[in-house]
Design a binder for this molecule. Sequence first.
Ligand SMILES: Nc1ncnc2c1ncn2[C@@H]1O[C@H](COP(=O)(O)OP(=O)(O)OP(=O)(O)O)[C@@H](O)[C@H]1O
Length: 343
Amino acid sequence: MSSVKIVNLNKSFNNINVLKSINLSINEGEIISLLGPSGCGKSTTLNIIAGILDFDKGDILFDGNSIKNIPTGKRDVAIVFQDYFLFPHMNVFENIEFGLKMKKIKKCERNKKVQELIDLVKLNGYEKKYPSQISGGQKQRVAIARSLAINPKVLLLDEPFSNLDINLRQEMREFVLNLQKKLKITTILVTHDKEEALMMSDKIAVMVNGEIKQFDTPKNLYEKPNSKVVANIFGERNYISGKIYNGLFENEYVKLSLDIDKNESLDNVELMISKENIEINNENYPNGVIGKIKKKTYLGENTIYEIDIKDFILKVSSNKHFYEVNQNVKINFNLENVVYFTQ
Ligand SMILES: Nc1ncnc2c1ncn2[C@@H]1O[C@H](COP(=O)(O)OP(=O)(O)OP(=O)(O)O)[C@@H](O)[C@H]1O
C-alpha cells in the first residue's frame, strides 16, 4: 500500500489543457473518488497515474518517490475498467492467473494465489467458466481479482459499476468497499455518480473542467461546499438572494437569524438551503414564512413540494405526503451550519 501525491499535474490534448494543475494527497489505505461531469478529466488523471498516458508538467509520487520515469508494468498499480476487459478465450481461473504468469511466478505459487483470490471474491465453483458464461457482477469480480493478483500498491477503478443494473450495482459497491477496507489498499475511484462517491469514499475530489474545485470528506462537501459549482454536483439546492447584517439574513419576504459573526455585513449574498432543511409545519410555527404549494412530486420516501413565496419558488423535501397543491403552508428553515456565497 502506498500514499499517493499528485503535484501540479498538467495535461493537454491538441493544445487544449484538460488537466490544469491538479493537486491531490491520498493517504495510504484511503479510498478517494474523482467525481465530476463527463469530460472533466477524471479518466485522464487515472490513466496518467496508471502510466497508460504521459503528462506535460507536474509529478506523481508514491510514498514520496516520483514514479514519472517508472514504466506502467513496474508501477505496482492495477486498473479496473467499466468494460472489465476480460480475456474471452481464458476461463475465470486463467484470467485471474494472467498477471502472475506474466510475472513468471511458479505454477504452485500461482495456483495458491489464484485460489485465495477466488475465495476472496467468492467465485468458488466458477473457475472453469468463460466470461461469456458468467453474469456482469461475476465478470466484475473476476476483473477485480485479476487486478489484485499482482498485489498492487494502488488500485484504480474507472467507473467500474456503470454497466451493472441498479440492484447489482449497490451490491458490488458494498462488496468492493468491504474488500478495500479489508485489504487496506489505496484506491482511487472515478465516478460521475454522487451517491456512489458519497457512500464509498473517505474523501472526494470534485473535478470540473480539468480543475479540482474541492477535496474533502463526503460530509463536508455536502454540507459545506465552497462554491455553487460544488454544491450543485451534490444535487439541487435552494439559493435565496438577500443581504446579511447584524447576524440576520434579510430580503423582501424573509428575515432569518443566522448563527454567524454579528459584524459580518454583506449586500449581495445567496443563502444556500437544502430541500431537507426546510420544514412545512402549519401547527407549530405561528411565525413561519407563508407560501402556496404549486407542485408536488411523490418520490416514495419523500415528496418534493415546490412552494411559491411571493413569486419565488422554494423546493422542500418532506416525509409528510398529505399537503396538496394550492394549499397555503407555513415553512420553517433549519439554519444550522448555514452556507452562503457572495455574488
Ligand atoms: N486521447 C485523447 N485525445 C484528445 N482528447 C482527449 C483524449 N482523451 C480525452 N480527451 C479529452 O480530454 C477531456 C477529458 O477527458 P476524460 O476522458 O478524462 O474525461 P472524464 O471526466 O473521464 O469523462 P467521462 O466521464 O465521460 O469518461 C475531454 O474533453 C476529452 O474529450
